[in-house]
Ligand binder design. Structure first.
Ligand code: YNC
Ligand code: MG
Length: 388
C-alpha cells in the first residue's frame, strides 16, 4: 500500500507488537564512502537547485512556491503562509547545511517547482541524544502532483543528510504514513472571534450571539503576572537552564544548548515571541513561554486575505502556574493583533487547554522518526518536541 515507504527504514505497520524489535536505530550507518555520490535522477525537464537563502530573490521564489502550493486544511479554506523572514529563521539554525535546502526547478524557465529541506538538530529519545535532521517544507507544485516526485525529493534529502554522517530524522505530517511515534491534535483559542467566524474558521456556538461570543473570549489588556517581560539576549543562559531541566521530563525532546536557544527563542518580530517571568524580588528567571507566527491565507473570502495565527512553542513553569503563564501569552498575542492562538496537546498542554477556552480542531498532526524505532510509540504528553 505504501510503495515508497515500505522500502524505507521506518517502523512498518506489520511490525506493530513485535516484541523482538528493540528501540533505537533500525539500520546501522553505512560507511560514508558508500553513500551515493550523485543526485537522484529527475524527469528530464527538471534539475536540482540548491536554494541560497541569503539571496532575497531566491527566498522570495521559495516563499511564493509555498504560499501557493503548501499545506491546506481538509476543506481547502486556508493555506499556510510562512513569511520570508520565518523561512530564513526556520532554515538557518546553528550549523545548518546549505546543501539541505533542496529545490527542483524547470530547466528552461528556471521556475522553482518543488522543495524539501532539512536542518540539523540533537534530539533525545529516552536516554540517547541522537544527531538528526528535521525535515520540513516538502512541497510539489500543484500541477506536478501524483507523479511520484515526492519520493525522489525524500531520497535526495536523505542522501545529503547521510553525506553529513547523520542517519536519523524527525518530521511531522498531516497524513498517516508508516508509522507515527505519536499523533497530536491542534487546539485553537479564539482571540478575534468575529473575524474567525466571518472567514469560516469557527462557527457561532449553539444558543450564542456574536456579542456573547466576543465577551466569552475577551482578555485583560495587559499580562497579569508581575515580572512578565520579553526575553532578551542577556537571558539566554537562564532560559537554557530552565528549558533543559524541563525538557528532560519528556521521552522525546530536543537537546538545546545556548546557541540553539539564542536562535530558536530570542524574539524576532513576526517570527517568534518569547516572554519570561523575572522575579521582582530575586531577579531570578522562573518561568518562560513562547509562540511562533504563522499566518494562513484565507482562500476565497471577499473581506479577508489572511489570518494571523500564533502557535504555542516551548513553555516552562517553575513558579507561575502554567495556566496563568499561557493566559499571559494569550494576552500579549491579543495585544499584538493575532486572530487565533493554536497549541498541540504535547507536553503539559492538555491540562490547560479547556480551562483557557481552547477548542479541539479537526486537524491531526502525526510525528515521525526516520531510522529510529520507539516501540509502542509514546503519548502526546510524553513528547517535548515542537516542529515548525
Ligand atoms: C508527506 N507529507 O505516501 P507511498 S509535511 C512524507 N510526507 O508514498 P507523489 C509523503 N511522505 O505511500 P504528491 C507525504 N505526502 O506510496 C505524501 N507522501 O509509499 C508520500 N502537498 O508521492 C506518499 N507538504 O509525488 C507516497 O505525491 C508518495 O505529488 C507519493 O507529493 C506529496 O514537509 C506532497 O502537504 C506532500 O506538496 C509533496 O502533495 C504534495 O502528492 C504537496 O506522487 C502540499 O509520497 C504540501 C504538503 C508536506 C508537509 C513535511 C515533512 C516531510 C517529511 C518527508 C519524509 C522525510 C523522511 C526523512 C528524510 C531524511 C532521512 C535521513 C537520514
Ligand atoms: Mg509528484
Amino acid at each position: 500500500r505504501h510503495k515508497f515507504w515500505e522500502t524505507q527504514p521506518v517502523g512498518q505497520f506489520r511490525d506493530a507488537g513485535d516484541a523482538s524489535l528493540s528501540d533505537g536505530a533500525i539500520e546501522p550507518p553505512t560507511p560514508l564512502s558508500e553513500v551515493r555520490a550523485d543526485p537522484y535522477p529527475l524527469p528530464s525537464a527538471f534539475e536540482w537547485f540548491t536554494c541560497d537563502l541569503d539571496d532575497d530573490s531566491l527566498l522570495s521564489d521559495l516563499y511564493s512556491l509555498l504560499a501557493h502550493n503548501y499545506v491546506e486544511d481538509d476543506e481547502n479554506m486556508f493555506r499556510f503562509n510562512y513569511s520570508p523572514a520565518f523561512l530564513r529563521w526556520a532554515l538557518r539554525p546553528p550549523s545548518f547545511f546549505r546543501s539541505w535546502h533542496i529545490g527542483v526547478r524547470a530547466k528552461e524557465s528556471k521556475k522553482l517547482v518543488a522543495f524539501i529541506s532539512g536542518v540539523p538538530a540533537r534530539i533525545r529519545a529516552r536516554d540517547a541524544v541522537v544527531r538528526m535532521a528535521e525535515i520540513n517544507f516538502l512541497c510539489v507544485h500543484k500541477k506536478l502532483r501524483s507523479k511520484r516526485l515526492a519520493p525522489v525529493l525524500i531520497r535526495e534529502v536523505t542522501r545529503r543528510v547521510h553525506q553529513e554522517n547523520i542517519w536519523q530524522a524527525a518530521y511531522t505530517a498531516g497524513v498517516v504514513l508508516p508509522t507515527p511515534i505519536t499523533t497530536c491534535r491542534y487546539w485553537h483559542r479564539s482571540l478575534n472571534p468575529k473575524k474567525l467566524i466571518d472567514v469560516g474558521f469557527s462557527r457561532l456556538g449553539p444558543r450564542m450571539t456574536m456579542s456573547r461570543t466576543v465577551r466569552l473570549y475577551k482578555l485583560p489588556d495587559a499580562p497579569l503576572t508581575p515580572g512578565f517581560r520579553q526575553m532578551e539576549l542577556r537571558d539566554v543562559a537562564a532560559v537554557t537552564r530552565l528549558l533543559r531541566a524541563y525538557l528532560a521530563k519528556f521521552v522525546v525532546a530536543p537537546d538545546f544548548d545556548e546557541m540553539d536557544v539564542e536562535h530558536w527563542l530570542l524574539p524576532q518580530e513576526d517570527v517568534v515571541e518569547s516572554y519570561l517571568v523575572e522575579s521582582p524580588e530575586t531577579h531570578e528567571v522562573t518561568d518562560f513561554c513562547s509562540f511562533y507566527t504563522l499566518p494562513s491565507s484565507v482562500l476565497n473570502n471577499a473581506n479577508y486575505a489572511t489570518l494571523k495565527a500564533a502557535y504555542s512553542y516551548y513553555n516552562v513553569s517553575t513558579k507561575t502556574p502554567l495556566q496563568q503563564l499561557m493566559n499571559d501569552a494569550l494576552i500579549v498575542a491579543k495585544q499584538k493583533n493575532y486572530d487565533v492562538f493554536n497549541a498541540l496537546d504535547v507536553m503539559e498542554n492538555e491540562s490547560l487547554l479547556k480551562e483557557l477556552k481552547f477548542g479541539p480542531g479537526d486537524g491531526q498532526l502525526h510525528y515521525y522518526l526516520y531510522n529510529y524505532r520507539i516501540r509502542n510509540g509514546i503519548k502526546p504528553s510524553e513528547l517535548g518536541l515542537v516542529l515548525l
